[in-house]
Design a protein. Structure first.
Length: 436
């Protein structure tokens, strides 16, 4: 019943080590059931259905404990509540052999497990900013990375002061790790923004490549390091790396990917849509438009249907867009419209793919399996993950949560979090203390 995998040495390594799903699997393989149970249990608050399924199987099989079908039922039902189909089937079989009293005990345990969950489905928060750049310096391509033909990206988070100067920078996310971060941070430190009279937070993503990303080269990289097999097998590090890799492909393609459960999937091939040459749609002015909308457009560029819309102000999306043309759009399809700070609107094609090709799926899976890098990135967009890492005393999360709170006027809690990060010698914490 327990899902077995072949555990071998991993080719991808993180600088930050923490207990995770792979640690639990390795302990189980060694018949160290106490450690496996402890590590799997630590992932339950993250709504990790596979960890719950494995704990249920261990209780059912009496591994490291006496056989306990009541406990097994509760954990199977917990896993099933988060979409684990096999857990649902096992729960139905166990129920046939238990008494009413047993059901009551299992229900009580299930309620406790459910109450412990701190991560629920939610939409990432879009960071709103009034920053208007007046000077941007391009990053230098690291010579060592260029000589090795390395490609990647860095997401930088930074603080801008009242005069528009960048006063603090940090790498929020990067791929590969420890290659392009210094280059990106050095460039952003030289940026200048229009003065606003107040301090603000900003985020920017920088992509590095020596030319067009080639489909076959990208597929060879995945095959060389066996990223797909290890990610599917349960390695959080490979799941995070795969998410970052797909994120790079996504950014390079200039499209938005959405889920189609029925779309094909082949781990040896990447979707051709990620590498198609597309017409660049310059941001355009659309009178009265604000926020976000997803629309269907015919071959003449006429908006025929509004699929989604939010954050409109004076007029509805129907009034602004329906049966009206989008300039320079000559291909039928679905497009996302997003308002920018300069009052222009970005128009981005939407392509539907199998969920296993979406970076969000792998980052979320990695985070639920205990990968700290994935958790930190999700914490930058989701208060649930931020609160989880604050509870875990993570210094990076403390530092940036403190910065946001101080800028919002919550000086007491902001200073307290910054002090905690300083105690852990997080370099940026001291820098922000002196500048905020």
């Amino acid at each position: 019943m327990f899902r077995k995998i072949l555990l071998t040495a991993l080719v991808l390594q993180h600088s930050v080590a923490c207990a995770d799903f792979l640690t639990a699997l390795q302990a189980y393989e060694k018949k160290d059931y106490a450690t496996a149970q402890f590590e799997f249990s630590a992932l339950l608050p993250l709504a990790n259905e596979q960890a719950a399924f494995n704990l249920a199987a261990m209780a059912f099989n009496g591994e490291g404990q006496a056989v306990d079908k009541i406990k097994a039922l509760a954990y199977f039902e917990f896993a099933a509540s988060f979409g684990h189909q096999q857990a649902l089937e096992q729960a139905l079989q166990i129920k046939q052999k238990l008494t009413t009293a047993d059901f009551t005990k299992a229900s009580e345990l299930l309620a406790q497990l459910t109450k412990s969950v701190v991560i629920h489905d939610s939409q990432p928060e879009i960071e709103k900013s009034e920053l208007e750049a007046i000077k941007r310096v391009a990053p230098e391509y690291p010579s060592t990375a260029a000589s090795r033909g390395l490609f990647g990206y860095v997401t930088i988070r930074y603080v801008v002061n009242e005069k528009g100067n960048v006063i603090a920078v940090d790498a929020l996310d990067s791929f590969p790790e420890h290659v392009f971060e210094r280059s990106a941070m050095n460039a952003v430190k030289k940026w200048q923004y229009k003065p606003t009279g107040k301090k603000q937070l900003g985020t920017v993503k920088m992509t590095y490549s020596m030319g067009t990303l080639d489909k076959r080269s990208m597929e060879r990289w995945l095959d060389q390091y066996q990223v797909w097999p290890y990610a599917v097998a349960g390695s959080p590090q490979h799941q995070e790396a795969l998410g970052s890799f797909l994120h790079l492909m996504h950014n390079n393609a200039g499209i938005n990917l959405e889920v189609d459960e029925n779309a094909s999937f082949d781990p040896k091939k990447l979707p051709s849509e990620l590498f198609k040459k597309r017409t660049y749609h310059r941001p355009q002015e659309i009178e009265h438009f604000s926020g976000f909308a997803q629309v269907t457009v015919n071959k003449d560029g006429i908006v025929t249907k509004i699929l989604q819309a939010k954050d409109q102000k004076s007029h509805s999306a129907d009034e602004i867009l329906l049966n009206k043309p989008l300039a320079n759009i000559r291909k039928a399809g679905t497009y996302n419209l997003v308002s920018q700070t300069d009052n222009k609107v970005s128009i981005i094609p939407v392509v539907r793919v199998n969920p296993l090709y979406r970076y969000q799926y792998w980052w979320t899976t990695a985070a639920k399996n205990g990968d700290l890098r994935a958790q930190r990135f999700l914490a930058s967009m989701d208060k649930q993950w931020e609160n989880y890492l604050l509870d875990k005393n993570d210094p990076q999360t403390q530092t940036w949560a403190a910065a946001r709170m101080l800028l919002e006027g919550d000086n007491v809690l902001g200073k307290a979090l910054l002090a905690k990060a300083q105690q852990q010698n997080y370099p940026l914490a001291q820098e922000l203390k002196d500048s905020l």
